[in-house]
Design a protein around this ligand. Sequence first.
Ligand SMILES: [Zn+2]
Length: 385
Amino acid sequence: MKADPVAITRGLVRCRSITPQEGGALAYLQGLLGRAGFAVHRMTFAEPGTVPVENLFARIGERPPNLMFAGHTDVVPPGNETAWRHPPFAGEVANDALYGRGAVDMKGGIACFVAAALDHLAARDGEPREGSISLLITGDEEGVAVNGTVKVLQWAGERGEKFDHCILGEPSNMEVLGDTIKAGRRGSLSGTLIVSGRQGHVAYPDRAENPIRGLVTLIDALQAPLDQGSEHFQPSNLEFTSVDVGNPTVNLIPGEARARFNVRYNDHHSQTALKALIERRAHSAAAGRVRYAFEWQPSNADVFFTTPSPFTELAVAAIAEVTGRRPQISTRGGTSDARFIKDYCPVLEFGLVSRTMHEVDECAPVADLVALTEIYRRIIDRYLG
Ligand SMILES: [Zn+2]
């Protein structure tokens, strides 16, 4: 009997695993995978200043090649639950779609690769004939992502686990299943620009120094294009997200002004070079007349690109056979846990259609769940022979 990705998605959606709560979702997978013969490990990671988060690692087979599927069971909050046509944690099927928070991002994706692995094993007396299948599931993706994938990979590395390729089941498609596979992500870097002045009475501007004037000059200079894009990436972009003076008084020139920004950058830059470029631009715009400083936030999101390989071709072929579409290979969108996995093995992202993710009435068409399971099963079958 074939594994049912709709039933597994429903089982996961019914667990209220609002980030960083486990909500029973990992326990549910542990039961399912354990019964299928996987060696399942559960681990909780913690760090000062963060909440402890539960994770799961499972493997079946001992030999290489080791194909990893990765994902997260935590979900963003549902918002006002009465705004949902179908309750966010019920997993109801209506109009040929399964409704619920996480149906798309990404309990549905996990259900599909679990079902595909179970089908692969069932056709081979319960054991991979060659190689291994590993599953890395975290409860810390929608939050700060410090006690999740990055630490499970370290833990696995210390145990001597080796990975050959990975599919991350994030919702990669834009409009229809099969339109997009992701093979890289831009980097992300955040900082604060602080301009100092001298506080004073607005009626005597000659005795004060208004930092807002300097801040405006620097903001203007830093918004200039960073590049024209690269072969695989969109142009880098620096976006100011907040300008803060915090001055409630009408007749006071403030002593300091700040602006926060985030840069999404492509493979023309490294984090170090990008900081240097931004500081050079500020230096030249300040022309010795503006006193300023940068505060950079630590970032664990470097740009990366997964070079096309036979593995990419294998995945693209499986997608094309099942959906009739040859997916575009893209690097758009925000960061994902692929930024950690890429340090261990080549990683591609392919999952459901992202259209309703994080929205009220998030839902996955039943036909997509069935087709995605078929795509994953073909990838496993061919990868492991
Ligand atoms: Zn996600």
